[in-house]
Design a protein around this ligand. Structure first.
Ligand SMILES: O=C(O)CCC(=O)C(=O)O
Ligand SMILES: [Fe+2]
Length: 331
């Protein structure tokens, strides 16, 4: 019997070109821009920034802290691995405290006792990943968390971080800032993130193994049915051009941040009980691709701003009517 808590993150030995993800600290924004945004003909390169969390209060978060602070909050944890064929997500709902116990010391091959199924499929197979809780930080009970980390990153000019006051925080409410808590074997298998955004994963507790491919490899990474490759275990006959790809890999440790430039494919595997924050954002490099997307979803934007306690008030007049409303005139 294999131990579901021991994860071998090795990519398939078939990949001919493998590049370790660089680890850096103390870079100026100019250096960062040159080496990780403009390099590779504008595709940039992923990088692990080892000192990005240094000033965050959130860097001291622990799983126990979450159990004590939000233990009663009900959460839905999912196994959404495409390794399960046919693809069938498995989801369970439970109090966060129950979920954290499962992550830290539960039997990962079955759902925690007392958890309620929320999907048609209910079978967990640890070889295909374990239950993973990730959720946008827009829930009112998590609002205090937004004060404990910062989207103003020292190494990159995040334009969202320049927004003033409430707006700066409200942007976390847009569907792009997630908290992730999971045990060994959680997997978010190969995808690229939305809207050509930049992505950071701030790994606060635990370790994860990340595999990335540059945007130019996109065509080689999909089979005839359009399914992305599982870079850790695949049939080369299904991906005949896989050898053209350049696989970047690295282990992200607690306290470190992984930066991914726009449109890089990634597969992230949890190695230990872990706690992370993911943020998607834009800079002058990707604003041209990001803004049209943002403007295409005005109702979603409104619905998230509505959840923000003070911005909500600003969206309505004293009678509760949605602003802007035409001012009443007598003429
Ligand atoms: O941390 C993970 O498990 C995956 C995160 C991810 O894919 C992302 O933040 O874009
Ligand atoms: Fe992602």
């Amino acid at each position: 019997m294999t131990d579901p808590r021991h994860i071998d993150p090795s990519p398939s030995a078939l990949w001919p070109t493998r590049v370790p993800i660089e680890r850096v600290s103390g870079l100026t924004r100019d250096e960062f821009e040159r080496r990780f945004l403009s390099s590779n003909d504008g595709a940039g390169a992923p990088v692990i920034v080892t000192d990005a969390l240094a000033r965050w209060k959130a860097k001291d978060w622990t799983l126990d802290h979450f159990r004590r602070r939000f233990g009663e909050a009900r959460v839905r944890a999912w196994c959404r691995s495409s390794r399960r064929k046919p693809y069938q997500p498995v989801g369970y709902e439970m109090p966060l405290a129950t979920y954290i116990d499962y992550v830290e010391r539960g039997d990962l091959s079955k759902p925690p006792a007392g958890a309620t199924p929320v999907s048609d499929a209910t079978e967990l197979e640890s070889a295909m990943g374990t239950l993973y809780w990730y959720e946008n930080l827009a829930r009112p009970e998590f609002a205090p968390l937004l004060e404990e980390f910062d989207n103003d990153l020292y190494f990159i000019d995040n334009l969202q971080a320049r927004l003033a006051g409430d707006w700066k925080r409200a942007i976390f409410y847009f569907p792009f800032s997630n908290i992730f808590i999971g045990g060994p074997g959680t997997c978010v298998d190969m995808h690229k993130d939305y809207w050509s955004s930049h992505t950071v994963i701030a790994e606060i507790v635990g370790a994860k193994h990340a595999i990335l491919f540059p945007p130019g490899d996109e065509a080689y990474l999909h089979n005839a049915s359009g399914e992305p490759v599982d870079p850790r275990n695949f049939d080369p006959a299904e991906y005949p051009e896989y050898a053209n790809c350049t696989l970047y890999e690295g282990t992200l440790e607690g306290g470190e941040m992984l930066f991914m430039p726009p449109n890089w494919y990634h597969d992230v595997l949890g190695l230990e009980p872990s706690l992370a924050i993911g943020m998607n954002f834009f800079t002058v490099h990707n604003i041209g691709e990001y803004l049209p997307n943002l403007l295409s979803y005005p109702l979603q934007l409104y619905s998230v701003l509505e959840k923000h306690p003070t911005l909500r008030a600003q969206l309505h007049d004293a009678e509760g009517r949605l602003l802007p409303v035409a001012p009443a005139t007598n003429s």
